[in-house]
Structure formats: C-alpha cells, structure tokens
Design a protein around this ligand. Structure first.
Ligand code: HEC
Length: 166
C-alpha cells in the first residue's frame, strides 16, 4: 500500500511540474503582442522583441540610475552646440544609430541588439541626464564614450539627437 502511494506521489509531482512549465510558456506566448508573433513559429527561439526573452534573460530595458536622471545639461541647445553635436554624431554614432537616429545604421544589422530609435516618444521622455549617463557608460554593444568624447561633447551630441525626433 505504502509503495503504491509513493508512486502516486511521484507521478503527481511530475504532473505538477509539467503543468507549471506549460503554463509559463503559454503565458509568455499569450502576453507577447500579436504583431511580434507574425512570422514567428511556435517555440522559435525567443528574441529581444518578445516577453519570453525578457522573462528568461531578466534583460529588461536599459535604465539610468535616478541620480543620473536629475543631472542638468549645462550646454544650451542652440545652433552652435547642435552643429558641434552633429559632427560627433556623424563620426561616431551614425554607423549604428543611422543618419536619422532610427537605429538603422549600416552596422546595425551586425549587432546583437538593436540600437534604440531616437525618434520615438519613449526616447524623448528620458532626461538629458539619463542620456548622458548612457553615453558615458555604454552597455554592450553600445560603447562607453567616456574617453572618446569630452563631457561637453557628450552634452552637445545629446542636443543634436534631440532634434532627430522633431
Ligand atoms: C557599435 C554600435 C554603436 C555605436 C557606435 C553607438 N551606439 Fe548608442 N547604442 C547602441 C546599441 C546597440 C544601443 C542599445 C543598447 C541597449 O539597449 O542595451 C545603444 C543605445 C544608445 C542610447 C540609449 C537609447 C535609449 O533608448 O535609451 C543612447 C542615448 C545612445 N546609444 C547614444 C549614442 C551616441 C550619442 C553615440 C555616438 C557618440 C552612440 N550611441 C554610438 C549601439 C551603438
């Protein structure tokens, strides 16, 4: 009697485990927006565009610390600083981020991760301080530009990329 009970328990826990796995997969599929499933086969590898990916890798959106967000841009956004920023942008950022900042530069298709789209409202919501922190620190494959650009140049490039969404 005891033995059969044990077998019963083992079967039941396997059943539970299988149920849990199926549940998670079904949930992540269900919560992935339909347009992202288009062209994607069931059980195809998760991409950074679906929720399974962020769930499995815990690789959430790149966010700057709250402290960094409060830092103010000391460089006024005017024709001169925007023009300086553009020079830097064309030289360094264009390859990945694209001429218009849409993330479609010539090198973008070789990257593990798509560069953001600077023309989206979500991007515009970020403060200059947040952008400064990201440009300074980088996050692979986005390079850290701490050495390549002076602080002033980083603020100028921010003034320039702000104009791309307009
Ligand atoms: C080698 C390719 C590459 C180059 C060169 C590059 N970036 Fe990026 N950048 C990326 C990628 C990829 C991301 C997305 C990183 C992520 O989200 O993890 C990114 C993200 C960013 C972000 C954050 C976007 C967001 O939505 O929060 C900013 C700002 C940025 N880059 C600015 C720049 C600037 C300014 C330059 C030039 C001075 C530059 N990048 C050069 C690849 C690049």
């Amino acid at each position: 009697m005891k033995i059969t009970q044990k077998i019963g328990e083992a079967k039941f826990s396997k059943f539970l485990a299988a149920g849990a796995v199926t549940g998670v997969v079904a949930l992540c599929f269900a919560f992935t927006p339909a347009e992202l499933k288009g062209g994607q086969k069931w059980m195809s590898p998760p991409t950074d565009k679906n929720l399974c990916y962020s769930f499995l890798t815990a690789d959430d959106k790149w966010t700057a610390p709250a402290e960094a967000a409060k830092v103010k841009n000391p460089v006024a956004s005017n024709d001169a600083s925007i023009a300086e920023g553009k020079k830097m942008y064309v030289k360094i950022c264009n390859d990945c981020h694209g001429k218009k900042g849409k993330g479609d530069g010539p090198k973008s298709s070789e990257l593990d991760k798509p560069p953001g789209d600077f023309t989206k409202p979500d991007f515009a919501k970020q403060t200059d301080g947040e952008l400064f922190w990201k440009i300074t620190n980088g996050k692979k494959p986005m390079p850290s530009l701490k050495k390549e650009l002076t602080e002033e140049q980083r603020w100028q490039v921010i003034n320039y990329i702000r104009t791309l969404g307009k």
